[in-house]
Structure formats: structure tokens, C-alpha cells
Unconditional design. Structure first.
Length: 388
């Protein structure tokens, strides 16, 4: 029996993809949640400072919904921020949580909805399928086209100096996701570039995962990669191009739906220590190791990489191996064109750090088991050395 045709697939039940949709937030919420009275907006100070949250907040007030804003979210959110935010939601009496921002704000919003809606401690939620009880209604509004967190059931928390843990549960799927490109126009080109490549990694890894690869996730991954690869350069060069920005948001969301159901692998496993130890943004961490992991996997995933090359490097010719190389060349070229760092040295990593990175990468067993080729510690270190 073909296991490819045997699968389960879950995603967010309601999605609004429309430039300007966030300005109608109050109306959209009233339609889906007629009884809500108190909304907690969850964001970070950087996004709050752009003023882009003002119109959505005003639309909530106009719809008769009280609003409180929690804006202390930090990148790679530490545990104490999550707990503080949940306390804030409880004291306010929030009956709906709205994540407004990049992956960090949306990840915190997911956990607030669970923590404020019940009494399960956060420490007991880490891992896969450990969330119990009910949660508050949850709306997610991404302000970057990268993580796809608005449609994933995963929340990543920084639990120590450099360690991260994930909460993975279908209860973390939002009730509504809103994709509005007007919220992303202020993103600097380098952030647009790194988050866009992050989304491409989600699509590539979902398409080549060893576990749970299926027809639906494959279709989503291919379309995500098409949208992302064709619009990334335009979005970086002309940040006010709303058509390109909306295409990037849609691509990132489709990639999020794909990897929620067909999980990511070694690129992410090797990226996490770079972010955890050196505080390199997640998207850039992924981009730095991507071509080197693709090379490592190429012999075991050539047929799949060749299919993706037809999207990212149209016109690629020859054998599966040759077209796989075209895919690797295309992602390297893309990183150069959009101007992000392409070596570990550029983000302050040296030869002396490689052993620690390799040790930490091997702890990411949840991700490594999905890689098309088995990866040992020596392989991880060699990949980091190639990326140096």
C-alpha cells in the first residue's frame, strides 16, 4: 500500500487573504465571534512603534470590543515573557487573543490562549500532543512573510540561555488567520529577504521530509515555492509593491500549512543552535545552512529536488542530479541577490564554535528524524564548516 496516499491533514479553519483586511478586524471578529467583549492584542514594541496596529485597534473599538495591548514580546521569546503575557491576559479578563507580528508574537499569542484559558502549567506542555483543556479564541495576523506561524500548531519558547523547546498540539491552530500585505510594507529589505527564504525552506523541507509527506502538503509546498521564488526579489527591491508582498504572505502561509503536516528537517535542526547561541534571526539562520544541507541530502533526495528545480530554476536541464544542483545554485544566487549574509563568519561564528554548534544540532532529534538522509554529528560539523 502506498503510504503517500494515507495521511491526515489539519489546518486553520478560516483564512482571509486580502490587502487592507486588518482595517476591518472588528467586523471580521464580530462575524465569527459575536459574543467577544475583551481582546488582547499581542505584539512587540518594534511593530507597535510603526503605528500599523492603530487602524485595526480602532476597528475593534468601533465594533464594541474593548482592547488591551501586550507589546513586550521579544524575539525568540523566553519563558518568563510567555508567563507574564498570560498573567496580563488573565488580569484583564481577555476572551479573545490576537497575535500581531512575526513568528515570536504569534507563538506567544498561541500559548496565552491556552494558559489564560485553563490552568495547565507551561512546563507540562513541551513536546508533542501534551496540551490539555480549552483555550480562548485565537486570531493570527502575520506582519512578516516567513514563519507561517499563523497556520501552524507549533510554538517555540526559549527555555534557557541557548536552549529552545517546542509546544506542538492541534489546539494551537488559530480560529482565524488574516493575511494583509499592507502590514508588511515597512519591513526592511534584509528582514524581507531572510523571512522569505525561511518560508522557502519550509516548502523545500516539507516536500522532501521522510515522514508524513503527502499529496496535499506537496501541492501546497510547490505553490508556496512558486509564489515565494518569483516575488522575493521584487518585494526586497520595492518594499511598497503590495502585489508582491501579498504573494509573499500567501506563499509563506501555504508553506506553513505544508510543514505543519509534513514536518521540517535538518536545515531547521542546524539553524536552531545558530539562533540560540548567537542570536541570529531564525530566517537568516536557515538561509545560512540551506545550500549546504541541500548538498548533503542531494544523493538521497535528487528526484524531489529535481521537481522543485523546475519551479525555482525553470529551464533546468539534465538528470535529477543535475537539476538538483540547479536548485542549489538558484537558492545560493537568490541569497546573494537579496543581499543577506551568506557565511557563518559574517554573523560572528568562527571555527572554534563549530563543535558546540554540532553538539547542539544533534539534540534536535524531533527534526533530524525527518531528514531524507541520516545525519551524524560529524556530518553536522562538516555542514557548519562548509557554511563558514
Amino acid at each position: 500500500m502506498n503510504t503517500y496516499n494515507t495521511f491526515t491533514f489539519s489546518t486553520v479553519p478560516n483564512i482571509v487573504c486580502e490587502t487592507g483586511a486588518a482595517q476591518k478586524l472588528g467586523t471580521l471578529l464580530r462575524q465569527q465571534f459575536p459574543d467577544v467583549k475583551k481582546a488582547l492584542l499581542v505584539t512587540d514594541r518594534g511593530f507597535l512603534g510603526t503605528g500599523l496596529i492603530d487602524a485595526p485597534r480602532a476597528s475593534l473599538t468601533a465594533a464594541g470590543i474593548q482592547v488591551q495591548t501586550y507589546s513586550d514580546v521579544l524575539a525568540d521569546p523566553p519563558e518568563h515573557i510567555v508567563l507574564q503575557a498570560a498573567d496580563s491576559a488573565r488580569q484583564y479578563g481577555a476572551d479573545i487573543v490576537i497575535g500581531f507580528g512575526g513568528g515570536s508574537s504569534m507563538d506567544v499569542a498561541k500559548l496565552i490562549s491556552i494558559l489564560a484559558g485553563g490552568d495547565q502549567p507551561l512546563s507540562s506542555m513541551y513536546g508533542i500532543g501534551n496540551v490539555q483543556g480549552q483555550r480562548l479564541p485565537l486570531v493570527q495576523i502575520p506582519t512578516t512573510a516567513g514563519t507561517g506561524s499563523e497556520v501552524t500548531p507549533i510554538s517555540i519558547v526559549t527555555t534557557g540561555e541557548t536552549t529552545k523547546m517546542g509546544v506542538v498540539s492541534p489546539k494551537l491552530y488559530a480560529d482565524l488567520a488574516i493575511l494583509d500585505a499592507s502590514l508588511t510594507v515597512g519591513l526592511p529589505p534584509k528582514v524581507t529577504a531572510a523571512t522569505g527564504i525561511d518560508a522557502m525552506v519550509h516548502a523545500i523541507e516539507a516536500y522532501t521530509t521522510r515522514h508524513k509527506k503527502n499529496a496535499l502538503s506537496d501541492m501546497l509546498a510547490r505553490e508556496a515555492l512558486r509564489l515565494l521564488s518569483r516575488n522575493l526579489v521584487v518585494a526586497c527591491e520595492d518594499g511598497s509593491n503590495l502585489e508582491a508582498r501579498q504573494a509573499m504572505l500567501l506563499g509563506a502561509m501555504l508553506a506553513g500549512q505544508a510543514f505543519s503536516n509534513a514536518p521540517v528537517a535538518a536545515v531547521h535542526a542546524l539553524a536552531y543552535p545558530i539562533g540560540g547561541i548567537f542570536h541570529v534571526p531564525h530566517g537568516l539562520s536557515n538561509a545560512l545552512v540551506l545550500p549546504h544541507v541541500l548538498r548533503f541530502n542531494a544523493g538521497h533526495a535528487a528526484a524531489s529536488y529535481a521537481e522543485l528545480a523546475d519551479i525555482v530554476a525553470p529551464g533546468a536541464q539534465g538528470s535529477d542530479e543535475a537539476r538538483s544542483q540547479s536548485l542549489i545554485n538558484a537558492v545560493e544566487e537568490l541569497a546573494k541577490r537579496v543581499g543577506i549574509e551568506t557565511t557563518l563568519r559574517e554573523v560572528g561564528i568562527t571555527e572554534a564554535d563549530l563543535d558546540r554548534l554540532a553538539d547542539d544540532a544533534m539534540l534536535q532529534t524531533r527534526l533530524l528524524v525527518n531528514n531524507p538522509r541520516e545525519l551524524q554529528r560529524a556530518d553536522a560539523r562538516a555542514i557548519y564548516a562548509a557554511a563558514l
